[in-house]
Write a protein that binds this ligand. Sequence first.
Ligand code: BES
Ligand code: ZN
Length: 454
Amino acid sequence: MDRVLQYIEKNQSRFLEELKEFLRIPSVSNNAENKRDVLRCAHYVVDQLRQIGMQQVEIFPTSGHPIVYGEWLGAQGQPTVLFYGHYDVQPVDPLDLWTSGPFEPTIRNGEIFARGSADDKGQVIMNLKGVESHLKSQGKLPINIKFLIEGEEEVGSANLDEFIASHKELLKADVVLISDTPMFDRGVPSICYGLRGLVYFQIDLKGTDSDLHSGSFGGTVINPNFALAQMIASLKNPDGQITIPGFYDDVQPMSPSEKVELSRLPFDPEKYRKSLGAPALFGEKGYNPLEQIWVRPTLEVNGICGGFIGEGAKTVIPAKAMAKISMRLVPNQDPERIANLFEAHIRRIAPSAVELTVTRMHGGKAWVAPIDHPAIQAASRAYEKGFGKRPVFVREGGSIPVVATFAEILGLPSVLMGIGLPDENAHAPNEKLDLYNFRYGIITSAHFFQEMAQ
Ligand code: BES
Ligand code: ZN
């Protein structure tokens, strides 16, 4: 490994420059106007894969954004790692809250600020550079590698499951490696063994054909904003429990041993509260914050809109109101079943004086895996060598739906070696990546491939 590590040391500043190039491409998968940028970003990944020495590189168009694939299969008899990551990013609004432009990567105090720096371009580059450092310093890798890097993760990976199902041979591997999660805390390397699932809805209420004068008509028709507020308010009780009948039916309790492990983690609810700037924490009664995130499902109103929100006052009854509502699911909760329960419930509680439209958006299954797989042990040793510390094992509240797909369609275990940090503002203004972690993430990735060979 000496030569590999020397190579990383020598090329550090170029690695950073390449990360910046990657971050300059506004690959926002959600916006139609960015479609060409997303494509340009896919080509950037293609160029990178060629440059680091992949033998076969391909770009697969989909009905959405392309999937990029690359492989190096020169380590006969050694395991094959399938690396999964995404080159698309979340939208940047509210833009005025960014200190520097979201696509003008800027370094301040040892952190690089840009959309996608933590989620997930920075973490993708770390693994590309881990591979490059082996190939360019030794002429070979200790294991075989396949890269699968998609451009639709942030919008629900609509085309990925089908791609995986129809490319089983191409994607044949022994284990999946993903770096798309945060560490538990700064200086606490973490392996994630559980993710929540997701179902996402839009609900639209229409009261009347047009907005109305609230004096002339107020009192005779329903106000869609009011109806929406009442519906939403009824979805949780004061203890923070979701009121949809059957919602919790398949939720499994945390095992006593997992509870013990959880209680050993360095977590301080007061520090957590302060870091969020919240006057108080609020969550489902009877569970601590880590349990609320790891093993309890939740329902969130991601956005509401309706009526007059301009300056001053306007006396109006809006014709329409809309809300985006999503639920994070835990293992054993079937997204399809929960979506059906939600939709039926919403139809039941909508007043008959509004016209209701329910639209299902993307979703995905939760995932949890045992932590005794040899690849997890290899990841653990790699962290120890890279960051000088054994990792902790954590679950996460976020979702990467393809992890369940890898298990179901390809029968593959996944190792989630996250190098992000919880305060790196993923999906928010001023997203950033710690440059110390960037450096040691590359080193850890290089160690992982070495450890996988043993
Ligand atoms: N990197 C995240 C996933 C993540 C975030 C895992 C935090 C663990 C903790 C990923 O890019 C993401 O944001 N996924 C979406 C998936 C959704 C659009 C289906 C998410 O979780 O909202
Ligand atoms: Zn991500």
